[in-house]
Design a protein around this ligand. Structure first.
Ligand SMILES: [Zn+2]
Length: 306
């Protein structure tokens, strides 16, 4: 999780290799020339290693009707929701190196099946360092989450709007909802992730009223990518909110031919009116966004059903 420590470790390795090569440099002219070339390449490599920001990749997993978003920051992984069932594993296996099956943080936004149904399959196969939920236990699906104590993960229930709850260098998350036991969608844990060249807003199934509260909180900088709330339901993503955050790109995590008729046509219309390029998991399959140093996203998706 500590990117700075990892950088320092790899710098040490490079310096060690350089000193070994230098100790052999005085043997011949050819050796001296080779040493010079090696030093140039090593110094250029070191420069780029220090100058380049860690890789940021955001993957909208294709889990049908539900949410599961995997964020990679350098060597760290954060998973927001697990989708409705074990289909999430396909996405995790594709993106997380099998010899190190660790997820640094899992956020379960709220205890509805389409967000936490895959939890048990995830916890069976992956080590989870930290877990965040909204603390609701009214829904029976939530009971599986309480088994987490057995995994040894550190569990916490986020607090008020605006607190930084997890960070690695300049990459951090803000919690954005309350703690009522009454509602589920409206009490989703929302997070805003930002770095030097990107801002990603993911608000679970929050509705328009709470989305506007987030947009008006003064805590958001640029939003360059939005996970559309509640799978494109008409109760979320009102035009006023979308125009306030002014995102360039958005994705909807939604199942093909789902019984809710998500996403609503009006929501798609509002997103386009607000100037966002819209991607959908029911059409594109798994969608991957890689932050580019220019501030944009390199977008790849699994299939071309469009
Ligand atoms: Zn949902």
């Amino acid at each position: 999780m500590d990117e700075l420590a990892k950088k320092k470790q790899s710098e040490k390795k490079i310096m060690k290799k350089m000193s070994v090569v230098l100790s052999n440099c005085e043997k011949s002219v050819l050796a001296q020339l080779s040493c010079f070339c090696f030093l140039c390449v090593a110094l250029v490599g070191l420069f780029f290693h220090l100058a380049m920001p860690p890789k940021v990749q955001i993957t909208a997993c294709d889990v049908g009707q539900g949410d599961a978003v995997l964020i990679q920051y350098g060597q760290s992984f954060v998973l927001i929701d697990t989708g409705p069932n074990s289909d999430i594993l396909r996405c995790l296996q594709r993106n997380i190196f099998f010899l190190d099956p660790t997820i640094d943080l899992v956020i379960l936004t709220h205890p509805d099946k389409d967000h936490i149904g895959g939890w048990e399959s995830v916890v069976e196969r992956y080590r989870i360092s930290e877990l965040a939920t909204n603390g609701q236990s009214a829904n029976p699906d939530h009971s599986s989450v309480s088994q987490t104590a057995e995994t040894g993960a550190f569990v916490w229930w986020p607090g008020v709007i605006g607190r930084v709850v997890w960070s690695a260098d300049s990459f951090a998350a803000l919690h954005t909802s309350g703690e009522s036991q009454e509602e589920t969608n409206a009490q989703s844990v929302g997070t805003y992730w930002w770095g030097e060249s990107f801002g990603f807003l993911s608000l679970g199934d929050l509705e328009c009223e709470q989305e506007l509260a987030v947009a008006g909180s003064g805590l958001l900088n640029r939003v360059s990518l939005l996970k559309v709330s509640h799978h494109g339901s008409k109760s979320s993503s009102c035009l006023e909110f979308l125009q306030k955050i002014d995102t360039e790109t958005a994705f909807i995590s939604v199942g093909e031919k789902n019984s809710y008729n998500h996403p609503e046509e009006n929501v798609i219309f509002s997103l386009e009116k607000a100037g966002a390029v819209v991607y959908r998991t029911d059409i594109q399959g798994e969608i991957t966004y890689q932050s580019h140093i220019s501030g944009g996203w390199l977008v790849e998706y699994e299939n071309g059903k469009e």
